[in-house]
Design a binder for this molecule. Structure first.
Ligand code: BG6
Length: 514
């Protein structure tokens, strides 16, 4: 994120890394859920990466807390083994050909493990007696523990901020399962903590390509003047996955694609692409701008929502069993593994511009992107080399796995005739930036240690996002339409194509891109 923002929040007496960015302030990171997947797969590798970048302070400690029998030596040894394993798997989220011994030793020496029940105030009080100064509590635990763990922290006196020191708590989605449960969760935790002590993670905001959307829109002059209803015809937001429900049936059966992806990850993409320029890049200005956007979403109509569920098929050459035949899934499950919907944003900039969003599992390709489709020119001066009129101009924000921006426009096909073809100009990250190991949590962790909440969700952001999808959830509570089956390895159910065809439009293909 921009240097100016970082230096505003990091302590000014902290050393500056070779990159010019200041290291985080001295602090203790307490991880609840030390044995969990999030800690192992993402948090510890992200801490390692931050140390490689010189962004962790010398006076830094990590205390891992979990209920499992373990010792500091055991925990360190397990994490050391895990880091070594990462070097053997180039497909791992965290892959580096070699672990830097000095860096890992530095971090490992700062790790300690405490076996405790993190919902027990007495146990937390004991842990607290060993900590002074700044503390970040990272709740890398299932959501049902958020409220009890925060309550216990409060009872143990660990949420009070002595002498200008900070006490922060990080939680990660799901923040409730609907509007009411999100409100309940917020009111529980806000009874113990002040809003500025809470850092709610949406890991999509940890992605460089998502952070880049604001840089692209508000750090240049060539995009923003055309970024509105006069020039833009529609915007399509896609998060397609090839993964299936895998071993997550217990969670997924009760959740489904809408709750899992829409009011959180897809709405973050929506906010980045559609929000008004904030008055400054200060966290509250950015979050308020997002909030205004969420408040402008019109109630979603039931006929503008398509639910799908994958049937058996083949994904990337591998056979996939139907969702309903997956372990832990009810044989008559009507949970959606795909959802598409049309949203309307009622403000001066976007009135009349549809936002089509879709996400699904077991699809043909893994792809997250935003396609901004422009209007066609007011008159057709040139014939097209295409059978029909040339496709409209598109700006495509390639979020993953391809990272970059693609601009599609018409150019004259060489030859004696004046005929237009659709061509592309591509910005790709590897062409401009050295690839640094990054699991997507480095910036989030660093920002939280520095107290910069720009990339985190405020209570009102969460509640307004849920209230935008509430009409859909309310309709489903009264009786769901059965999900339309789609073949695993396809682009989703036919109903999603009809949703756009009704408006005379079509989805941008979910094709692999380079
Ligand atoms: C998670 C969802 O929040 O995001 C998963 O629970 C989904 O179902 C994942 O697969 C997608 O994130 P990413 O970063 O892998 O695209």
């Amino acid at each position: 994120m921009p240097r100016a923002r970082i230096s505003t929040f990091a302590q000014t007496d902290q050393p500056v890394a070779p990159s010019g960015v200041r290291s985080a302030p001295d602090c203790t990171l307490v991880i609840f859920g030390a044995h969990g997947d999030l800690t192992k797969r993402l948090l510890v590798p992200a801490l390692y990466d931050l140390k490689v970048s010189g962004l962790l302070p010398d006076r830094f400690r990590v205390i891992g807390i979990d209920r499992a029998e373990d010792t500091t030596d055991g925990w360190r040894a397990g994490l050391t083994g895990m880091m070594e394993n990462f070097t053997k798997d180039p497909t791992a989220e965290f892959y580096t050909p070699k672990i830097d011994e000095t860096v890992w030793t530095w971090l490992a020496e700062r790790l300690s493990y405490v076996r405790a029940d993190f919902t027990d105030p007495a146990a937390l009080r004991d842990i607290g007696s060993d900590i002074d100064g700044n503390v970040v509590f990272y709740l890398a635990v299932p959501a049902r523990f958020f409220a009890p763990a925060i309550e216990a922290l409060g009872k143990a006196g660990l949420t009070e901020e002595p002498d200008g020191m900070f006490r922060r708590v990080v939680i990660e989605k799901p923040f409730g399962t609907d509007l009411q449960s999100a409100k309940d969760l917020n009111s529980h935790i806000l009874a113990v903590l002040k809003e500025e002590q809470i850092f709610r993670v949406d890991h999509f905001l940890g992605k460089e390509t998502v952070q880049n959307i604001l840089a692209m829109r508000f750090g240049n002059v060539i995009f923003e003047p055309i970024w509105h209803r006069d020039y833009i015809d529609n915007i399509q937001i896609t998060a397609a996955e090839t993964v299936t429900v895998e071993s997550r049936a217990a969670f997924y059966e009760a959740t489904g694609a809408l709750r899992d992806m829409v009011p959180n990850h897809l709405f973050q993409l929506l906010a980045m692409i559609a929000m008004e320029p904030p008055a400054s890049f200060a966290p509250e200005k950015v979050r308020t701008s997002k909030q205004t956007l969420f408040e402008s979403i019109l109630p979603i109509k039931p006929e503008d929502v398509v639910r799908g569920q994958y049937a058996a098929g083949t994904v990337k050459g591998k056979p996939v069993t139907a969702y309903r035949d997956s372990p832990g899934v009810a044989a008559d499950s009507d949970t959606e593994t795909y959802v598409a919907m049309k949203l309307e944003v009622q403000n001066w900039r976007w009135a009349g511009v549809p936002f089509y969003i879709r996400t699904g599992k077991a699809m043909s390709n893994r792809l997250a992107e935003i396609v901004v489709e422009f209007r066609v020119p007011p008159l057709t001066l040139f014939p097209s080399a295409h059978a029909h009129s040339p496709p409209p101009n598109r700006v495509i924000l390639n979020v993953q796995p391809v990272q970059g921006v693609t601009i599609c426009f018409g150019a004259k096909k060489p030859g004696p005739e004046m005929r237009l073809v659709d061509v592309q100009s591509r910005f790709r990250y590897p062409d401009f930036f050295v690839r640094e190991p990054n699991v997507g949590y480095e910036t989030l962790l660093y920002d939280c240690l520095c107290g910069d909440a720009t990339l985190f969700q405020r209570a009102d952001n969460i509640e307004t996002a849920w209230s935008a999808v509430e009409p859909v959830l309310a309709g489903w509570r009264e009786g769901k339409t059965a999900p339309e089956l789609y073949e695993a390895g396809s682009a989703g159910p036919g109903g999603a194509d009809e949703l756009l065809a009704r408006d005379g439009r079509a989805w941008h293909p979910i094709a692999g891109q380079e």
